[in-house]
Design a protein around this ligand. Structure first.
Ligand code: 5GP
Length: 180
C-alpha cells in the first residue's frame, strides 16, 4: 500500500532539497497543488502548480475535490484529492505543505504520515534569515514569528527529523516511511 507523506518545516530548513533527494529515488511522486495566484516567471502549469480561476477553485470546494485548502496572502491554495489518489495507485506521494494545511490534510486522510523537518539549531536558522539581507526588518520579524508558530506545532506530527546532514536526514526519512 503506497503512502501519503506530508512534509513540513520552517522556511530555510532545507525541505525542498530533502524532497528533491527523495524524488530522485524514483519511488515517490510529488503532489501538485491548485492555486488561484498567477504564475510567477519560470513557473509552469502542472509542474509548479495547477493554476486555476477562483470560480474553478470554488466549484472544486463544493464538489469535495480538495484534501485541504487554505488562503495565503489573498490567494487560495489546495491539495487536489483526485490527483493525489491517482498517483497513490503507483507510488508513495509527497506533499510539501505548511503546518495548517498539513494538519488539515491529516484530518481528511488520517493514514497520512506527518513529518516535520527541524533545523539543527533554531538560533542558526534565525541568523541565516537575518543575514539574507534582502528583506525588511518587518518581513524578517514576520518570518521569525511564523517559524516559532510552525515549531510550536511539532508535537502534532508523527515524526520530527533534524536536517543536520542532508544524506543522513534522507536516510532517516526513508527508514521511517519503510517502518510505518
Ligand atoms: P507560494 O505562493 O509562495 O508558492 O506559496 C505560498 C504559501 O502557500 C506557502 O506557505 C505554501 O506552503 C502554501 N501552499 C502551497 N500549496 C498549498 C496547498 O495545497 N495547501 C495549503 N494549505 N497551502 C499551500
Amino acid at each position: 500500500m503506497n503512502k501519503l507523506i506530508i512534509i513540513s518545516g520552517p522556511s530555510g530548513v532545507g525541505k525542498g532539497t530533502i524532497v528533491n533527494e527523495l524524488l530522485k529515488k524514483g519511488d515517490y511522486a510529488l503532489s501538485i497543488s491548485c492555486t488561484t495566484r498567477p504564475p510567477r516567471s519560470g513557473e509552469s502549469e502542472g509542474v509548479s502548480y495547477f493554476f486555476i480561476s477562483k470560480h474553478e477553485f470554488h466549484s472544486m470546494i463544493k464538489q469535495g475535490g480538495f484534501l485541504e485548502y487554505d488562503k495565503h496572502f489573498g490567494n487560495l491554495y489546495g491539495t487536489p484529492k483526485d490527483f493525489v489518489e491517482k498517483q497513490l495507485q503507483t507510488k508513495n506521494v509527497i506533499l510539501e505543505i505548511e503546518v495548517n494545511g498539513a494538519l488539515n490534510a491529516k484530518k481528511s486522510y488520517p493514514q497520512a504520515l506527518l513529518l516535520m523537518i527541524l533545523p539543527p539549531s533554531l538560533e542558526e536558522l534565525k541568523a541565516r534569515l537575518n543575514h539574507r539581507g534582502t528583506e525588511s526588518p518587518k518581513k524578517i520579524k514576520k518570518r521569525m514569528e511564523r517559524i516559532e508558530y510552525e515549531l510550536s506545532q511539532r508535537d502534532k506530527y508523527d515524526y520530527t527529523v533534524i536536517n543536520d546532514d542532508l544524506q543522513r536526514a534522507v536516510d532517516e526519512i526513508e527508514e521511517i516511511i519503510k517502518n510505518s
